[in-house]
Design a binder for this molecule. Structure first.
Ligand code: UD1
Length: 416
């Protein structure tokens, strides 16, 4: 197994190019199932989850190529079965259910299990698809679905679920008549998916607000589409630049989409300046603790909670971080404590009291963003930090050690 070995203390300096967004690319690739014709995607990050998605699409009959950051894909002869072996490695696989039902009227998709950051059910996805006329049946861990064409429906989500909104939005594009989705997620990745579908000929309006209207069409056609850049990768590098008291320019940085993160970082004493060539990140003296509550977009993203916590461990004063999206997303806390951080957990809140120094230690985390927070902490810690189980990191960060080395970090990948 591979690990990252970090010698902390080097201030980051230079330019980092932000990659394409994983969380936008995954549903957008699944949406290819809906499309009759060739699609070319650019700005696709070369990540494990993306390769898993392409493998799944291949099993479903969608042939693809992946060269650099460009994916071409053609879904002509579809088969309806998504096997458990793939779904269990990536929860987003379940997003092929709705598109398969919409395009060929049948699907057999393994039900994803729980995962390290909570139960993460998909009940809202399934209820909505049933409302659109899908007959769904759970058998031996698989969802068997069939329909005689999906029908437009009025769907009110109990919670603005990101995956649920994306799933039903895709299915509605080929449904008969109008679908109105209320209390939907407003995340930029949802809007990116909608923009792609519109480019293929879908009739969608309202994305980016709480109500989306979709007028079903007969078919969608291929096109060329550039995936948005990754706001969470960008936010992670902002935290890395700030914690090392460095000066980093983030090229291809989605700035507007990071509003809530930028506001909190500024409150902590980080200077963020949008320029023509990117976003410049540096510190304005000492960091100070702040209170953070994760919320659906445009609130503070749960995917940045662990990284801002790492930053707060070295801030002056204290702050409370409240996690409102996932019930069990504090796996990084115990590891940060092993590095000398002072953090107290109470329910879904963490009270972080800043310390003067962190000390390098062997650490590991069992999810993607928790691992990212340990890298951020390791970059500022005294001595050596070894981050184990980095396959989590590799799911969401493209060439992370290369990008960090290029701006002066002392970080290397080692085979244990
Ligand atoms: C969530 C995050 C998203 C992040 C992604 C990866 C939010 C609102 N969503 O998206 O920003 O990029 O994780 O970390 O911040 N739920 C149900 N039933 C469902 C669907 C969801 O109970 O059918 C619950 C989930 O358990 C969770 C909450 O609703 O507590 C939000 O879930 P959802 O937005 O769907 O999660 P993801 O799409 O995974």
């Amino acid at each position: 197994m591979e690990k990252l070995v970090i010698e902390g203390g080097a201030p980051l300096s230079g330019t980092i190019a932000v990659s394409g967004s994983k969380n936008a690319a995954l549903p957008i690739l699944m949406a290819a199932i809906l499309v009759n014709g060739n699609i070319t995607f650019t700005n696709v990050p070369n990540l494990k989850d993306i390769r898993t998605t392409l493998k799944l699409l291949d099993i479903l009959g969608c042939k693809s190529t992946f060269d650099g950051s460009t994916v071409t894909i053609d879904c002509q002869d579809l088969t309806p079965e998504a096997p458990y072996e793939l779904v269990k490695t990536m929860r987003a696989s379940v997003l092929c259910l709705g598109p398969l039902l919409a395009r060929i009227g049948r699907a057999k998709v393994a039900l994803p299990g729980g995962c390290a950051i909570g139960a993460r059910p998909v009940d809202m996805h399934l209820t909505a698809l049933e409302k659109m006329g899908a007959e769904l049946d759970l058998d031996s861990g698989y969802i068997n679905g069939k329909c005689k064409g999906l029908k437009g429906a009025h769907i009110q989500f109990p919670f603005p679920t990101v995956g649920g909104t994306e799933h039903v939005l895709m299915a509605a594009c080929l449904a008969e008549g109008e679908t109105v989705l209320e209390n939907v997620a407003r995340e930029p990745e949802v809007s990116d998916l909608a923009e792609f579908l519109i480019k293929c000929g879908a009739k969608i309006r309202g994305h980016g607000t709480s109500v989306i209207h979709v007028e079903g069409v007969e078919s969608l056609a291929g096109c060329e589409y550039a995936v948005m850049s990754d706001r969470i990768e960008a936010g992670t590098f902002m935290a890395a630049a700030a914690i090392t008291d460095g000066e980093v320019l983030l090229a291809n940085c989605p700035f507007k989409e990071l509003d809530a993160v930028v506001d909190k970082l500024r409150e902590m004493g980080v200077l963020l300046e949008q320029r023509d060539d990117g976003v410049l990140v540096k510190r304005n003296g000492e960091l100070v603790g702040v209170d953070v509550t994760t919320m659906p977009y445009p609130g503070f993203p749960t995917d940045m909670q662990a990284q801002i916590m790492a930053l707060m461990t070295l801030a002056k004063g204290s702050g409370i971080i409240e996690e409102r999206i996932f019930e069990n997303r504090f796996m990084h806390v115990q590891e940060l404590v092993r590095m000398g951080a002072k953090i107290k957990l109470k329910g879904n809140s963490a009270m972080v009291r800043g310390v003067d120094t962190l000390k390098g230690a062997p650490v590991m985390a069992s999810d993607l963003r928790a691992s990212a927070s340990l890298v951020v902490a390791g970059l500022a810690a005294e001595g050596t930090t070894e981050v184990q189980r980095i396959y989590h990191l590799d799911r969401g960060y493209e060439r992370i050690e290369e990008k960090l080395t290029n701006v002066g970090a002392r970080i290397r990948r080692v085979d244990e």
